[in-house]
Design a protein around this ligand. Structure first.
Ligand code: DGL
Length: 272
């Protein structure tokens, strides 16, 4: 039955697990197939054409695993590939940008919003466009923080070096008097504690995974694809390379044991 199929989720690496964590709490009875493109991470420094191509391959892979909807748990891919994916595939496809933008607009009180993300997301101005579409009078300050991705992949979630790099990246935003900061990369919630300490406790962090999980729930309801199952869903993990830290960081982050992580051949992904 269509409703009992899993939800597909992809990211360039482990970042999308922050979205899986939120999905597990909003939709605990849904099963999830996760694909982390760990052989080709990072996406944030690649061209739009390459990210679109990879996103199409990843979505095709998830559809072969029989998923009923696809969550693009990567802001970089969401900012450049979402339209193309929606044109190419006939299942609900949910991205990160619009849900994150909507939540930021709701939260800000002083109308000054900061956005941090990969180089690609920031140079595409994905969040500025989405936020200003909702309210054109808001002031938005975007800053690319590319080193946060390898730090998160390394599991350096509370390391001295992570603090130093965060100080350097966030000092500009600290001067802008923002009251809301969008974590515009799904890797960043892994470093949320450091980011919060450096930007200041008065700034509200927006996790695009939280915002998008609610959109996934609403969309499944809208199209009648919510599971009828009464038991917790299963999780399946696929990656295009198995970095030594994947299982460890994933277990730490999701707070549960992962029995199996299956490696997918990149050549296989690009063959079709
Ligand atoms: N986690 C991804 C994002 O949300 C991208 C990280 C990367 O591959 O550069 O943008």
């Amino acid at each position: 039955m269509e409703k009992e199929k899993p939800i597909g989720v992809f990211d360039s690496g482990i970042g999308g697990l922050t979205v899986v964590k939120r999905l597990m709490s909003v939709l605990p009875r849904e099963s999830i197939v996760y694909f982390g493109d760990t052989a080709r991470v990072p996406y944030g420094s690649k061209s739009n054409e390459t990210v679109i191509e990879y996103s199409i391959q990843n979505t095709r892979f998830l559809l072969q695993k029989n998923v009923k909807a696809v969550v693009v748990a990567c802001n970089t891919a969401s900012s450049v590939a979402l339209d193309e994916l929606r044109k190419t595939f006939n299942v609900p496809i949910i991205g990160m940008i619009e849900p994150g933008a909507e939540m930021a607009v709701k939260k800000t009180k002083n109308n000054k919003i900061g956005v941090i993300g990969t180089r690609a997301t920031v140079s595409n101005k994905a969040y500025s466009r989405a936020i200003n579409k909702i309210n054109s009078s808001l002031e938005i300050f975007e800053k690319a923080c590319p080193l946060f991705v390898p730090l998160a992949e390394e599991g350096w979630i509370n390391h001295k070096a992570t603090y130093e790099i965060a100080e350097e990246y966030l000092k500009e935003l600290r001067e802008k008097n923002i009251d809301t900061l969008v974590l515009g990369c799904t890797h960043y919630p892994i470093l949320a504690e450091v980011i919060q300490n450096v930007i200041g406790k008065h700034v509200e962090l927006i996790d695009s995974g939280v915002a998008s999980s609610e959109v996934v729930r609403d969309e499944l309801r809208r199209v009648g694809l919510e599971t009828n199952s009464a038991v917790p869903g299963n999780l399946f993990f696929y990656v295009s390379d198995i970095p030594t830290t994947f299982k460890q960081v994933a277990e730490l982050f999701l707070g549960r044991d992962i029995t199996e992580v299956i490696k997918v051949d990149v050549a296989e992904l690009s063959r079709h």
